[in-house]
Structures are given as structure tokens and as C-alpha cells.
Design a protein around this ligand. Structure first.
Ligand SMILES: NS(=O)(=O)c1ccc(C(=O)N2CCN(Cc3ccccc3)C2)cc1
Ligand SMILES: [Zn+2]
Length: 261
């Protein structure tokens, strides 16, 4: 009904263009990143993450992913530098992942996908008055993408996975305070960057993507806990486990991917 969309056969990424024609636009995301075709741009500054006074508020299941939201009423937690002309305020982070054993990142690197991908979503509060307005502007959003590969247990991810049972059903939300996503960063902040879009409807072409080259390691067990989340609500008869909530790579068209040093 209406603008309902999902990741299944009947409502998945190949059908989103019906309600969201921009799905076939010129700067869609994700993309396949080909490292040796990325231009090394020496004018690209390092990215700077000021998350020290960030304020997480809640964790929720929106029927598409699990989302941790932040208080974005001031510039307490921002990303700046890199390709960005302004500081962008942290609004939320969420994940995309696959099914058991198979991969679930959105961006791929030379055709290879990772087990999962973390998106830290920021908006340009210098130029726009709220997230909604920024989400429709070509320089409105900056999303930091971090690849997750399976390996050792991640020492801090359990803080998130331990809360997932509270948001099993679509539409559930629970307080989630004092979480600083700085603990989810890899050691290197080297990145690729390009101009793209939201990877879910409404697919607005408003995102400056900054994808970190170094993945973080999480265990198969930790990743498995994400799969106990449901796409469906508590009141629904059908229980569909949340997995494979990723959009496949889209045409690069005449875009350039730049690489930091
Ligand atoms: N996967 S991704 O990183 O590209 C990404 C996906 C979704 C979002 C997100 O917060 N929303 C998408 C639209 N949604 C509804 C909305 C709200 C206000 C204005 C317009 C629309 C919110 C942000 C980043
Ligand atoms: Zn995302």
C-alpha cells in the first residue's frame, strides 16, 4: 500500500523506481568502488570526527534496519574536513547486513562485498534548518560508511547487540543513552569519497559519501544477533527475519571516486 517498500521479491530494490523514479537517477548509491580507478586527490583533507559530546537518545527498528538516533539540536557531534565544506551534524547510525554466511554490504570493492556496512548519517546544519530539509538538498547529507567483516568479536558492538532484543519488532523503540560511535571506527580514517544518494527510499540525491577503506571486525555470532530482528511488526502474523537489507551497486555514470592519501 502507498509508498510501501522493502527488500523482498515483491517490493525490493528493482521495483523501487515505480514509487521513486529518482531510483534511475544519475547519482544513485551504493556503487562498486574500484580502488585503482579512484583519483588520489592530494587536496583532500583528513576527515575529523568530533563525537566526544555526542548524545545518543534511542535505538529503534524502523522495519528496514536498526537505527540509533542522536540529539542533533546543536553542533556537539559533527564530521568535518575531508571533501566537506561545512561541519555536518550526526543524526543517526544504522546497519545493512546479509543472510547467514552470505554478504550484506551496500558498497562493494572491486565486486567484493563485506558482511555488513555501518552508516553514520550527518546533515549540513550550516545551510539547512533540519534533517528533512537537508535530506532533499544536493549538499545536504554526509554519510560515513564503515565495512564490517567477520572475524574476531568486536569489543564494543555487544553494547548494541545486547539491546536488539528490545527492538525485535518493526516500530519498536527503546532508550539508548551514552553510546559513542567513535568506538566503532577502524584505526585508519583513509577513505574514498563520491557524490551519491540515500540507499533507501526516498533515494534523495543528497549524500556526500565517505567510505572508510579499513573494515572493522565483528564475529559471526555478533552479526547473527542482527538477524533475529524482524522486518514485521508484533501485530503481524508473518514473522520475517531482518536480513539482506541492502541495495545492490548502481551505475557510476560520469562520477569520479576520489581517494584520500
Ligand atoms: N542508507 S543511507 O545511509 O543512505 C540512509 C537511509 C535513510 C536515511 C534516513 O534517515 N531517512 C531516509 C528518508 N527517511 C524519511 C525522511 C525523513 C525526513 C525527510 C525526508 C525523508 C529518513 C538516511 C540515510
Ligand atoms: Zn544505510
Amino acid at each position: 500500500t502507498g509508498n510501501h517498500w522493502g527488500y523482498g521479491k515483491e517490493d525490493g530494490p528493482s521495483l523501487w523506481h515505480r514509487n521513486y523514479p529518482v531510483a534511475q537517477g544519475s547519482r544513485q548509491s551504493p556503487i562498486d568502488i574500484i580502488p585503482h580507478q579512484a583519483a588520489h586527490d592530494h587536496s583532500l583533507d583528513p576527515i575529523i570526527l568530533n563525537y566526544d559530546h555526542c548524545t545518543s537518545i534511542n535505538i529503534s527498528n524502523n522495519g528496514h534496519s536498526v537505527v540509533v538516533e542522536f540529539d542533533d539540536s546543536d553542533d556537539r557531534s559533527v564530521i568535518r574536513g575531508g571533501p566537506l565544506d561545512n561541519p555536518y551534524r550526526l543524526k543517526q547510525f544504522h546497519f545493512h547486513w546479509g543472510g547467514k554466511g552470505c554478504h550484506g554490504s551496500e558498497h562493494t570493492v572491486e565486486g567484493l562485498s563485506y558482511a555488513s556496512e555501518l552508516h553514520l548519517v550527518h546533515w549540513n546544519a550550516v545551510k539547512y534548518k533540519n534533517f528533512g530539509e537537508a535530506a532533499t538538498a544536493p549538499d545536504g547529507l554526509a554519510v560515513l560508511g564503515i565495512f564490517l567483516e567477520t572475524g574476531d568479536d568486536h569489543r564494543w558492538l555487544h553494547v548494541i547487540t545486547d539491546a536488539l532484543y528490545m527492538v525485535k519488532y518493526k516500530g519498536s523503540l527503546t532508550p539508548f543513552k551514552g553510546f559513542n560511535p567513535k568506538c566503532l571506527l577502524p584505526s585508519s580514517l583513509h577513505y574514498w569519497t563520491y557524490l551519491g544518494s540515500l540507499t533507501t527510499p526516498p533515494l534523495h540525491e543528497s549524500v556526500t559519501w565517505i567510505i572508510l577503506k579499513e573494515p572493522i571486525s565483528v564475529s559471526e555470532k555478533q552479526l547473527g544477533k542482527f538477524r533475529m530482528l524482524l522486518f514485521t511488526g508484533e501485530e503481524e502474523v508473518q514473522r520475517i527475519h531482518m536480513e539482506n537489507n541492502f541495495r545492490p551497486p548502481q551505475p557510476l555514470n560520469d562520477r569520479k571516486v576520489r581517494s584520500s592519501n
